[in-house]
Design a protein around this ligand. Sequence first.
Ligand code: NAD
Ligand code: UGA
Length: 470
Amino acid sequence: MIYKIKNICCIGAGYVGGPTMAVIADKCPHLNVEVVDLNEERIKKWNSKDLNKLPVYEPGLAEIIQKCRNTNLNFSSLVEEKIKNADMVFISVNTPTKKKGLGAGKASDLKWVEACARQVARFSEGHTIVVEKSTLPVRTAEVIKSILKTAERSQLSCKTFDILSNPEFLAEGTAINDLINPDRVLIGGEKQEAIDSLAAIYSEWVPKNKILETNIWSSELAKLTANAFLAQRISSINSISALCEATGADVREVARAIGSDNRIGSKFLDSGPGFGGSCFKKDILNLVYLSEYFGLPEVASFWEAVVNLNKWHQHRISKLIVKKLFGTVSGKKISILGFAFKSNTNDTRESAAITICKDLLEEGAILNICDPKVEAYQIEQDLGIKNNEKNKISLKEGEWSFHQNIYDATVGTDAVIVLTEWTEYRKINWKKVSKIMRNPAWVFDARSITNKKEIKKEGINFWRIGDGLS
Ligand code: NAD
Ligand code: UGA
């Protein structure tokens, strides 16, 4: 038996809720999908006529929104009403690291998840399947369950619930493709009918052998573990990049050599400025907290090292830049190419660019920052310093300004630092740039996407990540 699902409500219209529900609505025209969020500003952007104003930039997303919005996909702040009508509620809210109190700095702050559980307990009617889509610490379902059970008991049983864990594995920048062609869909739960009801939705477009069923705790832990393994690969290759620079080896060659071993595999071996994004750091710290909580300090310190290496690596790059620029960047102009934590997204959360820019500004550098998708106000928030828009030409030490155009951003600068692998940065006209920069000019390519030969030919000094011979 499966439950008849007609109305879906997703609480949280963020980077996961928005794209995930858009794909479900597109693939399942028989379902009515309602995405709700307390943030009215965000909802307004999801409903914006101008698709360039959607709050999340993802290739392919705008087309689906255009097709499904106001047919079987709606965005609103009508939390109460949409929960009431829903047969299935996805919880897709933020779960950041706790800032204070017990577990501060490591444990996930579950206050938004708990608030959702309480909203569902209060407003739902009849039978509701509650799906954890947010990334959560192991055994969070227990918390949700106890809140919902109280509602079941106190309402003379007119409300009943099932709880499932269905973590999301999409990566930003490729979210739509990841959702349409997932490596797997994971469903953890206790009751087969509930699991089958959710599996029936995914099986509209995902092959059955890719829909994995586990117990609820394995599902929660598998999500944290997947992110920890991915982040660990990046810290591993970044640690080797430092060794390559010290020894004359080349991290790209090392990565190719080890990646050809199919037990290791070639993916996620690009050395860069350090991993960013809202999840890797937070999820590993959560794993560290859980390990400590369960009395496993060795396990905790093993995983904590992945985050520590990442932090060290980002500062290593800032220090190296200062060193190469004759030991001081005070009053020097530097172009920053890319502020998003990776290409094809407007997300800057935990971006390596934040750390590196802050380090350089603290050293007194003047930054001309470029990014094709990140807006200046976001950079202001991340750096905690206002964009000096009016006075672009006569900026003072420790100030920055935003530039749309790469070539405007390189006028009179001593160095160009590539921090995000945007396609347009692969095609820069270095001949043109060499004429407008101040000499001796430097390019620091933390993403290995520029052409070393071409840049050197123009008389520009060149450094790139993990290249012992650059
Ligand atoms: P986000 O911050 O972009 O969006 C969360 C949204 O939830 C916000 O708009 C917020 O206003 C809303 N919200 C919070 N509490 C609410 C409530 N009680 N009622 C209504 N709305 C509420 O977060 P995100 O990046 O979409 O991540 C959501 C979850 O998914 C996190 O647990 C994250 O770890 C996980 N995840 C994220 C990604 C990713 O690529 N960003 C990928 C996989 C999993
Ligand atoms: C990551 C995971 O890949 C997703 O499976 C997961 O669902 C998601 O986290 C999540 O839980 O939030 P995301 O952070 O969006 O996705 O992007 P990734 O492609 O994993 O990149 C993360 C960071 O690692 C970026 O800063 C990226 O530039 C960096 N990276 C990635 C490298 O430096 N080298 C690589 O080879 C790959």
